[in-house]
Ligand binder design. Sequence first.
Ligand SMILES: C[S@@+](CC[C@H](N)C(=O)[O-])C[C@H]1O[C@@H](n2cnc3c(N)ncnc32)[C@H](O)[C@@H]1O
Length: 253
Amino acid sequence: MMETILSKRSVPPVRPLPEFVPSSRKRADFVQDIFDHTAHHYDALSAALSFGTCRAYRRFALRRAGLTPGMKLLDVATGTGLVARAAMQIGIPCDDIIGLDLSRGMLNQNHKRHSIPLVQGFGEALPFEDESFDFITLGYALRHADDLVELFTEFRRVLRRNGRVLILEISRPASRLGVGVGRFYFCSVLANLTRVFTRNADTPKLLRFYWKTIEECVPPPVILEALEASGLREAKRHTMGSLLNDYMACRAE
Ligand SMILES: C[S@@+](CC[C@H](N)C(=O)[O-])C[C@H]1O[C@@H](n2cnc3c(N)ncnc32)[C@H](O)[C@@H]1O
Protein backbone atom coordinates (compact mmCIF):
# COMPACT_ATOMS: atom_id res chain seq x y z
CA MET A 1 0.00 0.00 0.00
CA MET A 2 2.81 2.42 0.94
CA GLU A 3 4.42 1.85 -2.45
CA THR A 4 1.16 2.56 -4.23
CA ILE A 5 0.73 5.86 -2.43
CA LEU A 6 4.35 6.93 -2.83
CA SER A 7 4.28 6.22 -6.53
CA LYS A 8 0.86 7.85 -7.05
CA ARG A 9 1.70 10.90 -4.90
CA SER A 10 -2.00 11.63 -4.82
CA VAL A 11 -4.48 10.38 -2.25
CA PRO A 12 -8.00 11.81 -2.57
CA PRO A 13 -9.66 11.24 0.83
CA VAL A 14 -13.08 10.73 -0.74
CA ARG A 15 -14.18 9.72 -4.24
CA PRO A 16 -15.96 12.39 -6.34
CA LEU A 17 -19.54 12.80 -5.09
CA PRO A 18 -21.54 13.94 -8.16
CA GLU A 19 -24.78 13.81 -6.17
CA PHE A 20 -23.42 16.87 -4.29
CA VAL A 21 -20.70 18.33 -6.51
CA PRO A 22 -21.39 18.18 -10.26
CA SER A 23 -18.29 17.45 -12.35
CA SER A 24 -18.47 20.99 -13.75
CA ARG A 25 -17.78 22.39 -10.29
CA LYS A 26 -14.70 22.36 -8.08
CA ARG A 27 -15.18 20.56 -4.78
CA ALA A 28 -13.57 23.47 -2.89
CA ASP A 29 -16.21 25.88 -4.28
CA PHE A 30 -19.00 23.61 -3.10
CA VAL A 31 -17.37 23.21 0.34
CA GLN A 32 -16.87 26.95 0.66
CA ASP A 33 -20.50 27.67 -0.27
CA ILE A 34 -22.03 25.11 2.05
CA PHE A 35 -19.98 26.27 5.05
CA ASP A 36 -20.60 29.93 4.18
CA HIS A 37 -24.35 29.27 4.20
CA THR A 38 -24.45 27.26 7.41
CA ALA A 39 -21.73 28.97 9.47
CA HIS A 40 -24.25 30.61 11.74
CA HIS A 41 -25.49 27.18 12.92
CA TYR A 42 -22.17 25.32 12.98
CA ASP A 43 -21.44 25.34 16.73
CA ALA A 44 -24.94 24.10 17.59
CA LEU A 45 -24.69 21.36 14.94
CA SER A 46 -21.28 20.32 16.23
CA ALA A 47 -22.65 20.03 19.77
CA ALA A 48 -25.63 17.98 18.54
CA LEU A 49 -23.42 15.66 16.50
CA SER A 50 -21.17 14.94 19.45
CA PHE A 51 -23.87 14.87 22.15
CA GLY A 52 -22.23 17.90 23.75
CA THR A 53 -18.75 16.40 24.09
CA CYS A 54 -17.03 18.18 21.19
CA ARG A 55 -15.28 20.90 23.18
CA ALA A 56 -13.91 18.65 25.92
CA TYR A 57 -12.75 16.12 23.34
CA ARG A 58 -10.77 18.76 21.39
CA ARG A 59 -9.02 19.89 24.61
CA PHE A 60 -8.24 16.32 25.57
CA ALA A 61 -6.76 15.54 22.13
CA LEU A 62 -4.62 18.70 22.10
CA ARG A 63 -3.21 17.92 25.54
CA ARG A 64 -2.48 14.33 24.61
CA ALA A 65 -0.69 15.46 21.44
CA GLY A 66 1.63 17.63 23.55
CA LEU A 67 0.48 21.16 22.71
CA THR A 68 1.95 23.43 25.40
CA PRO A 69 2.29 27.20 25.95
CA GLY A 70 5.22 28.65 24.06
CA MET A 71 4.34 26.83 20.83
CA LYS A 72 3.18 28.69 17.73
CA LEU A 73 -0.02 27.05 16.46
CA LEU A 74 -1.61 27.06 13.01
CA ASP A 75 -5.22 25.84 13.06
CA VAL A 76 -6.01 24.84 9.48
CA ALA A 77 -9.72 24.77 8.58
CA THR A 78 -10.34 26.64 11.82
CA GLY A 79 -14.02 27.21 11.05
CA THR A 80 -15.75 28.97 13.93
CA GLY A 81 -12.65 28.31 16.07
CA LEU A 82 -13.57 25.30 18.21
CA VAL A 83 -10.05 23.84 18.06
CA ALA A 84 -8.43 27.26 18.53
CA ARG A 85 -10.62 27.89 21.57
CA ALA A 86 -9.58 24.54 23.07
CA ALA A 87 -5.95 25.60 22.55
CA MET A 88 -6.61 28.87 24.38
CA GLN A 89 -8.21 26.93 27.22
CA ILE A 90 -5.01 24.98 27.71
CA GLY A 91 -2.97 28.15 27.92
CA ILE A 92 -1.93 29.10 24.36
CA PRO A 93 -2.17 32.90 24.05
CA CYS A 94 -4.28 34.30 21.16
CA ASP A 95 -1.18 35.88 19.63
CA ASP A 96 0.42 32.46 19.23
CA ILE A 97 -2.50 31.05 17.22
CA ILE A 98 -3.36 31.67 13.58
CA GLY A 99 -6.62 30.34 12.13
CA LEU A 100 -6.96 29.60 8.42
CA ASP A 101 -10.10 28.63 6.54
CA LEU A 102 -11.47 28.88 3.02
CA SER A 103 -14.97 29.92 4.15
CA ARG A 104 -15.47 33.62 4.78
CA GLY A 105 -18.75 32.82 6.60
CA MET A 106 -17.00 30.52 9.07
CA LEU A 107 -14.22 33.09 9.60
CA ASN A 108 -16.81 35.79 10.33
CA GLN A 109 -18.36 33.63 13.05
CA ASN A 110 -14.88 32.91 14.41
CA HIS A 111 -14.07 36.62 14.51
CA LYS A 112 -17.22 37.30 16.57
CA ARG A 113 -16.08 34.81 19.21
CA HIS A 114 -12.26 35.09 19.40
CA SER A 115 -9.49 37.55 18.79
CA ILE A 116 -6.99 35.31 17.02
CA PRO A 117 -5.47 36.39 13.69
CA LEU A 118 -7.50 34.85 10.85
CA VAL A 119 -6.53 34.20 7.24
CA GLN A 120 -8.76 33.11 4.36
CA GLY A 121 -6.95 30.44 2.34
CA PHE A 122 -6.54 26.79 1.35
CA GLY A 123 -4.88 24.19 3.49
CA GLU A 124 -3.20 22.88 0.34
CA ALA A 125 -1.51 26.25 -0.41
CA LEU A 126 -0.63 27.85 2.91
CA PRO A 127 0.31 31.54 2.70
CA PHE A 128 3.14 31.19 5.23
CA GLU A 129 6.91 30.89 5.04
CA ASP A 130 8.73 27.60 5.53
CA GLU A 131 9.24 26.50 9.14
CA SER A 132 6.86 29.03 10.72
CA PHE A 133 4.94 26.85 13.23
CA ASP A 134 5.54 24.38 16.06
CA PHE A 135 2.13 22.76 15.86
CA ILE A 136 -0.58 22.37 13.20
CA THR A 137 -4.14 21.24 13.85
CA LEU A 138 -6.77 20.11 11.35
CA GLY A 139 -10.17 19.45 12.91
CA TYR A 140 -12.80 17.53 10.93
CA ALA A 141 -11.74 18.88 7.54
CA LEU A 142 -9.50 16.16 6.12
CA ARG A 143 -12.45 14.71 4.17
CA HIS A 144 -12.89 17.97 2.26
CA ALA A 145 -9.37 18.16 0.82
CA ASP A 146 -8.64 17.18 -2.78
CA ASP A 147 -5.43 15.33 -2.01
CA LEU A 148 -4.01 14.25 1.34
CA VAL A 149 -0.37 14.06 0.23
CA GLU A 150 -0.54 17.61 -1.14
CA LEU A 151 -2.14 18.83 2.09
CA PHE A 152 0.30 17.07 4.43
CA THR A 153 3.34 18.07 2.33
CA GLU A 154 2.28 21.66 2.80
CA PHE A 155 1.94 21.05 6.57
CA ARG A 156 5.49 19.68 6.64
CA ARG A 157 6.83 22.70 4.76
CA VAL A 158 5.50 25.26 7.28
CA LEU A 159 6.38 23.18 10.36
CA ARG A 160 9.61 23.76 12.25
CA ARG A 161 11.91 20.85 12.97
CA ASN A 162 10.29 18.61 15.64
CA GLY A 163 6.98 20.36 14.95
CA ARG A 164 3.83 18.28 15.25
CA VAL A 165 0.58 17.75 13.37
CA LEU A 166 -2.69 16.74 15.02
CA ILE A 167 -5.63 15.74 12.85
CA LEU A 168 -9.06 15.09 14.35
CA GLU A 169 -11.44 13.08 12.22
CA ILE A 170 -14.50 10.87 12.27
CA SER A 171 -14.22 7.46 10.63
CA ARG A 172 -16.79 5.20 9.05
CA PRO A 173 -18.17 2.87 11.76
CA ALA A 174 -16.71 -0.63 11.59
CA SER A 175 -20.05 -2.50 11.53
CA ARG A 176 -22.94 -2.33 9.07
CA LEU A 177 -25.24 -1.63 11.99
CA GLY A 178 -23.04 1.32 12.98
CA VAL A 179 -23.15 2.68 9.43
CA GLY A 180 -26.94 2.36 9.38
CA VAL A 181 -27.35 4.09 12.74
CA GLY A 182 -24.95 6.89 11.75
CA ARG A 183 -26.73 7.45 8.44
CA PHE A 184 -30.13 7.53 10.14
CA TYR A 185 -28.94 9.96 12.84
CA PHE A 186 -27.20 12.40 10.46
CA CYS A 187 -29.41 12.19 7.39
CA SER A 188 -32.85 11.73 8.98
CA VAL A 189 -32.97 12.72 12.67
CA LEU A 190 -30.59 15.69 12.63
CA ALA A 191 -31.35 16.75 9.05
CA ASN A 192 -35.08 16.99 9.83
CA LEU A 193 -34.57 18.69 13.18
CA THR A 194 -32.26 21.29 11.69
CA ARG A 195 -34.63 21.94 8.79
CA VAL A 196 -37.30 22.88 11.35
CA PHE A 197 -35.10 24.77 13.82
CA THR A 198 -32.76 26.62 11.46
CA ARG A 199 -35.21 27.19 8.57
CA ASN A 200 -32.16 26.94 6.39
CA ALA A 201 -32.27 24.45 3.50
CA ASP A 202 -28.49 24.19 3.50
CA THR A 203 -28.13 22.70 6.99
CA PRO A 204 -29.78 19.34 6.09
CA LYS A 205 -27.68 19.32 2.91
CA LEU A 206 -24.52 19.92 4.96
CA LEU A 207 -25.44 17.02 7.25
CA ARG A 208 -26.06 14.64 4.33
CA PHE A 209 -22.79 15.72 2.69
CA TYR A 210 -20.98 15.39 6.01
CA TRP A 211 -22.23 11.84 6.49
CA LYS A 212 -21.50 10.84 2.90
CA THR A 213 -17.88 11.98 3.26
CA ILE A 214 -17.58 9.94 6.48
CA GLU A 215 -18.97 6.85 4.76
CA GLU A 216 -16.72 7.26 1.74
CA CYS A 217 -13.51 8.39 3.44
CA VAL A 218 -10.34 6.34 2.97
CA PRO A 219 -9.64 4.12 6.01
CA PRO A 220 -7.26 5.15 8.82
CA PRO A 221 -4.21 3.16 7.54
CA VAL A 222 -4.30 5.14 4.28
CA ILE A 223 -4.31 8.41 6.24
CA LEU A 224 -1.27 7.25 8.23
CA GLU A 225 0.51 6.24 5.03
CA ALA A 226 -0.28 9.58 3.39
CA LEU A 227 1.28 11.35 6.40
CA GLU A 228 4.48 9.33 6.02
CA ALA A 229 4.45 9.73 2.22
CA SER A 230 4.44 13.50 2.79
CA GLY A 231 7.72 13.34 4.68
CA LEU A 232 6.21 13.46 8.17
CA ARG A 233 7.37 10.83 10.66
CA GLU A 234 6.09 8.74 13.58
CA ALA A 235 2.54 8.84 12.25
CA LYS A 236 0.17 7.23 14.73
CA ARG A 237 -3.52 7.06 15.49
CA HIS A 238 -5.58 7.12 18.68
CA THR A 239 -9.14 5.97 18.43
CA MET A 240 -12.21 6.15 20.63
CA GLY A 241 -14.75 3.53 19.73
CA SER A 242 -13.36 3.43 16.14
CA LEU A 243 -15.51 6.46 15.28
CA LEU A 244 -13.41 9.30 16.73
CA ASN A 245 -9.84 9.24 15.54
CA ASP A 246 -6.90 11.51 16.01
CA TYR A 247 -3.75 11.23 13.98
CA MET A 248 -0.37 12.59 15.01
CA ALA A 249 2.88 12.97 13.13
CA CYS A 250 5.99 15.10 13.39
CA ARG A 251 8.59 16.75 11.22
CA ALA A 252 11.82 15.03 12.11
CA GLU A 253 14.28 16.94 9.92
C1 LIG B 1 -16.44 20.69 9.85
S1 LIG B 1 -15.69 22.27 9.82
C2 LIG B 1 -14.48 22.11 11.09
C3 LIG B 1 -14.16 23.40 11.78
C4 LIG B 1 -13.21 23.27 12.99
N1 LIG B 1 -11.91 22.79 12.61
C5 LIG B 1 -13.79 22.38 14.06
O1 LIG B 1 -13.07 21.52 14.58
O2 LIG B 1 -14.95 22.58 14.42
C6 LIG B 1 -14.71 22.12 8.37
C7 LIG B 1 -14.03 23.44 7.98
O3 LIG B 1 -13.02 23.16 7.01
C8 LIG B 1 -12.98 24.22 6.10
N2 LIG B 1 -12.26 23.71 4.92
C9 LIG B 1 -12.65 22.66 4.15
N3 LIG B 1 -11.73 22.43 3.22
C10 LIG B 1 -10.73 23.33 3.40
C11 LIG B 1 -9.49 23.60 2.74
N4 LIG B 1 -9.12 22.88 1.69
N5 LIG B 1 -8.71 24.59 3.21
C12 LIG B 1 -9.11 25.34 4.26
N6 LIG B 1 -10.28 25.16 4.92
C13 LIG B 1 -11.07 24.15 4.49
C14 LIG B 1 -14.43 24.57 5.90
O4 LIG B 1 -14.60 25.85 5.34
C15 LIG B 1 -14.96 24.46 7.31
O5 LIG B 1 -14.86 25.68 8.00
